[in-house]
Each structure stands twice: as structure tokens, then as C-alpha cells.
Design a binder for this molecule. Structure first.
Ligand code: DON
Length: 319
């Protein structure tokens, strides 16, 4: 492979090449043992550090898998771009931007300082504060209605009914004081639009939805495909909202290391503390990985290595 072959030509390579490179990425990064499994949510500490699954979904709905691509784990912060997409669709991108903010905080995902520093309680929907505020904007007159909106919307992205992992939900709910504190702070700034405790609970429930790398690859490919789910063919959100979501993912998807990520991959990405990670290649497809050991910013170590490798070898970098 010469560098010129890494430059995007507007398409994914042939199916054979994609499958070969997915298998190569798995073989190459499976032996990497760096990183720590998250334990601030007690149920996550039980994850198997050796699990490593990856899946690429093309915008045409072809799936290329290796390793534990069908092992379930909680979506965690990878829920944030999909929730933001659903909220943009529900209330319009202008109102979503005014209410939540779209600028990178440059700070960790659960930062209180990020909310205070803007002076107005703004952050962005990729960090906990902005995501809790986004959850509070879900349409519905009750928490049940709001949850139905969220669960239904996520399921349409996945192309199957997604369910909550009750063990993870209970565990996070019982150790969730920081998110409850963020919601209280948002309420002090008039930046939350539902009861702060109920909004925190809904956000936590959404983070506990159980997915596989194969689900996430198709969900990421929906964002790559102008909002049309590649397998079911359903238009989940309008194409314009994909552009807004991907813009915020580029600047804030990996929190304070978003610049390093963009430098390495040239693509929008989003991580979650259960070890999932998505990368979106607009017009081409989505990559999802599952590998629980994380770096200090809370991003999967093998996930980042895989995204960088496949971005280069599949010619995905936007720049
Ligand atoms: O709110 C939390 O802390 C978790 N439910 C999600 C955080 C997360 O996934 C951060 N990601 N890398």
C-alpha cells in the first residue's frame, strides 16, 4: 500500500478487500493489552478485557465482521449523537443549538467546570451535561412518553428493538451522583427542560441500552447515509440533521482528545465507557468496535487503533 492508495476515492473498496482488512485489524490489535476496564459504574467492571469485536456496515447495508461483533454491551455515551439527532429532528436544529450549545468544551465528559465556564450553562450534546439537557427535550408529557420516543428512535436507527440492560441501569442509577449534580447545575442556569432528576434517570436508561458492534455499525452507517437506515431502508432522520450531528461529533465526540482523534482518523467518532466506539465515513459507511479497556479519557484503546488503521487502509479520511 502506498500513501496515494489511502486517499479517498469516494467509495469503499470491494467487499473482499473490506473483509480482509477488517480481519487484519482484528488480528493486529487483539494482542494489545493496554487500558483499563471502566469501574466507576460497578456493573461495567465485570466486562471481559479480551473481548474485541468489529463491524463495518456499508451505506448499502453490507456487513463485514470480525471477533465479538455480536456480543452485547451497553451503548453508554455512543447514545449521545443518536439522541441529538432525534432532538434536532423533533425541535429543529436552531432551537437545539440555542438550548444545548455545540462548541467543544475541551474537558472530560463529566466535567462540571465545562458547564460553569460558558457562563450560561451551555456545553454540547456529546458530553454528559449537554446530553442530559438534550434528553430533557425529548417530546412527551411524561417520562414514559419521553422514554418511548427515545427507545423507539434508537430502535429505528438499529433496525431492531433495543432493550435496556437492567443490571447496568440499576448499577449506574445507584452510583450516579455526579450526573444528578450536573442536572441540578443545569437547572440553576435554566438549561434543562424537564425535572432534573427524571431527566438524569432517562439519560441513564438510554446509556444502558444493550447493543452489539453490528448494531452500532448500522447505526453509524445511518448517519453516514443521510439518515436512511441501510438495512431497513427507513429514513430515520432528515439528511440535514446528520450534517449537524457529525459536525458536533468531529469537534467533541472524544471529549478533550477529539483533536488527537481527528488528526489520526480524519472522521467523526464517538466513544462509550463500556468499550464501544463508532466512526462515521460520510457516504461510505460506519465502523463500530467493542473492546472494554479504555485510555485515561475513557476511550477504547483497541477501538482507536482500529479506527485509525481502517481509516487509512480503507481510504476514509475526509481530508
Ligand atoms: O454518564 C455516564 O457517565 C455514562 N453513562 C456514560 C459516559 C461515557 O460513556 C463516557 N465515554 N466515553
Amino acid at each position: 500500500w502506498s500513501v496515494s492508495e489511502w486517499v479517498s476515492n469516494g467509495h469503499l473498496p470491494t467487499a473482499e478487500v473490506v473483509q480482509e482488512l477488517v480481519a487484519e485489524a482484528h488480528g493486529r490489535f487483539a494482542p494489545v493489552l493496554d487500558g483499563q476496564v471502566a469501574d466507576y459504574i460497578p456493573a461495567l467492571a465485570a466486562a471481559a478485557p479480551e473481548h474485541f469485536g468489529l463491524c463495518v456496515s456499508s451505506c448499502g447495508g453490507a456487513l463485514f465482521e470480525a471477533g465479538e461483533a455480536r456480543v452485547a454491551f451497553s451503548i453508554q455515551s455512543i447514545s449521545k449523537p443518536f439522541l441529538f439527532a432525534l432532538i434536532c429532528q423533533a425541535i429543529g436544529e436552531q432551537e437545539a443549538r440555542e438550548k444545548l450549545g455545540v462548541n467543544s468544551t475541551g474537558l472530560p465528559f463529566n466535567s462540571v467546570l465545562a458547564v460553569e465556564r460558558s457562563g450560561e450553562g451551555l456545553s454540547n450534546p456529546m458530553v454528559n451535561a449537554g446530553a442530559i439537557a438534550a434528553t430533557s427535550l425529548a417530546p412527551g408529557a411524561s417520562s414514559e412518553d419521553k422514554w418511548a420516543f427515545i427507545q423507539d428512535g434508537f430502535s429505528r436507527f438499529a433496525g431492531r428493538r433495543l432493550e435496556v440492560d437492567g443490571r447496568v441501569f440499576d448499577s449506574e442509577l445507584a452510583s450516579n451522583r455526579r450526573n444528578a449534580g450536573l442536572a441540578t447545575l443545569l437547572s440553576d442556569h435554566d438549561r434543562i427542560w424537564w425535572d432534573p432528576d427524571e431527566a438524569t434517570e432517562l439519560y441513564t436508561r438510554q446509556c444502558s441500552l444493550s447493543v452489539t458492534a453490528a448494531d452500532l455499525a448500522v447505526m453509524a452507517a445511518t448517519l453516514a447515509n443521510g439518515g436512511r437506515q441501510p438495512v431497513t431502508g427507513e429514513q430515520v432522520i432528515e439528511a440535514i440533521h446528520c450534517q449537524h450531528v457529525l459536525a458536533v461529533m468531529v469537534t467533541a465526540g472524544l471529549y478533550e482528545t477529539s483533536g488527537d482523534w481527528l488528526y489520526a482518523t480524519g472522521l467523526p467518532g464517538k466513544s462509550g465507557v463500556a468499550g464501544g466506539m463508532i466512526t462515521v465515513a460520510p457516504g461510505k459507511g460506519g465502523l463500530a468496535t467493542y473492546s472494554p479497556p479504555l485510555d485515561e479519557a475513557g476511550n477504547s484503546v483497541r477501538g482507536q487503533l482500529t479506527a485509525r488503521f481502517l481509516s487509512e487502509r480503507l481510504g476514509l479520511n475526509l481530508f
